[in-house]
Design a protein around this ligand. Structure first.
Ligand SMILES: [Zn+2]
Length: 418
């Protein structure tokens, strides 16, 4: 399996190389919509291949070619996600409460949030009397977050950014970050930055998607370019250790198809029993090496062959097929399953505003819920898989549509029985 031309591991560097696990072929970048259909169809494509490090076991993208486009089209104009749903806001409140309590942070303490988005979590921290500093590269989001009164650094979080932070501010009693580390092109430098910014008794609390539960829930659509690394507890421990931090505790949460919360302190801190328990389970599942992933990728490969033909047959028989959800994951799903407008002519998305948009790659038009074309479909592919429950509870098609879900596996959901 080892290839001599494979790129080095992002954590181990040149001392360890990556073994390929699966290739999705050439794929477009997801995370933005085009305002021009021709441009959408001609979106640049890059090799999407997932590999695992033979030394530290970190599953990661094998190529970096999409990086510039991601920065230019996606991250510099990211849309608000934190405040978008009630479930996420409620969860953010609980996350902050636990992080602040575990860190023993008290009024006046400095707290860093990496990936501060529209400032929703900064507000919660200010509400507790803390002095948060947000790191966020998107100027559009920072314009919204500016009203919180928190200090905001409009930049990516790196060890250099952490050094600059320390020239301006006191060391942080707490560093929090939700769903940002998996996007970092240089995860080791990101964690080194946290180590640099943390007070000697400080705590870092970092939430990322948890690869084993993502596999169980069939979330292959999250394996697009926006996610650089895919974390097991074992790989997280090795990454943090390499950056000078000890993972002292771990917790599982149900967010985004299954996520893990890492609690880390400076090297040498005592570890909770949960940390070893995670490692033991992952060893049993053979997730330290390629063996534990073959069943998942085999399933994904079959779905990429069969999913399209099933829906194409239904479309050919006169059924009106649409997809629901044009966010990043929906865009990936349609591209990874090669579901172009010949099979799925429209994607409904109730959050898009202002003018016609198209999905990069497939070139599928995105329409709001009040558009005639997407009001009464026969079949709806749920292209927002992590919001399956929320969507199903609302059932915007009033029991008239047959849903197709990709999680926890590809299945049709009988009318009114979701
Ligand atoms: Zn490695």
């Amino acid at each position: 399996m080892h290839r001599t031309d494979s790129p080095p591991c992002r954590v181990c560097g040149l001392t360890a190389r990556l073994d390929p696990l699966y290739s999705f072929g050439e794929q477009p970048v997801a995370g933005y919509l085009e305002i021009d259909q021709t441009a959408a169809r001609r979106a640049a494509r890059f090799p999407l291949e997932i590999g695992i490090c033979g030394s530290c076991g970190l599953v990661q993208q094998m190529h970096d070619a999409a990086r510039e486009l991601l920065i230019e089209r996606v991250y510099s104009r990211y849309h608000a996600t934190y405040s978008a749903s009630q479930g996420v806001s409620t969860y953010s409140g609980r996350f902050v409460a636990r992080a602040v309590a575990e860190a023993n942070a008290t009024a006046g303490d400095r707290v860093i949030e990496i990936g501060s988005n529209d400032g929703a979590m900064l507000r919660l921290l200010i509400g507790r009397g803390l002095k948060p500093v947000g790191f966020e590269p998107s100027g559009k989001l920072n314009a919204e977050a500016g009203t919180t009164g928190a200090d905001i650094v409009e930049d990516y979080f790196t060890s250099a950014a952490a050094a600059t932070y320390r020239e301006r501010f006191a060391a942080a009693k707490l560093v929090v970050s939700r769903h940002t580390l998996e996007h970092a092109f240089d995860p080791l430098d990101f964690v080194r930055g946290m180590q640099r910014a943390l007070a000697p008794d400080g705590l870092a609390v970092v939430e990322v998607p948890y690869l084993p539960t993502q596999l169980v829930n069939n979330h292959f659509e999250s394996m697009t370019f926006q996610h650089v690394c895919f974390f097991t507890a074992g790989a997280l421990q090795r990454l943090f250790e390499a950056a000078g931090l000890t993972v002292v505790d771990l917790a599982l949460v149900a967010m985004d198809g299954g996520s893990i919360v890492v609690f880390a302190r400076h090297l040498g801190s005592a570890r909770a029993p949960a940390v070893d328990a995670f490692t033991a389970v992952e060893e049993t599942l053979h997730l330290q090496d390629g063996a534990g992933f073959s069943e998942f990728f085999g399933r994904v490969d079959r779905l990429r062959r069969d999913g399209r033909s099933q829906l194409a047959q239904l479309a050919a028989s006169g059924q009106r097929v649409i997809a629901y959800g044009a966010g990043s994951k929906g865009q990936s799903l349609l591209n990874l399953l090669d579901l172009g407008p010949d099979v799925i002519p429209f994607v409904r998305d109730d959050t898009v505003q202002g003018g016609q948009r198209w999905i990069p790659g497939t070139g599928t038009p995105v329409l709001p819920g009040d558009a005639q074309e997407v009001r009464n479909p026969d079949i709806v592919l749920i292209s927002a898989p992590t919001h399956l429950r929320e969507l199903v509870d609302r059932d915007p098609f009033n029991g008239q549509a047959l849903y197709v879900a990709t999680t926890p596996s590809w299945h049709f959901v009988p009318r009114g029985r979701i």
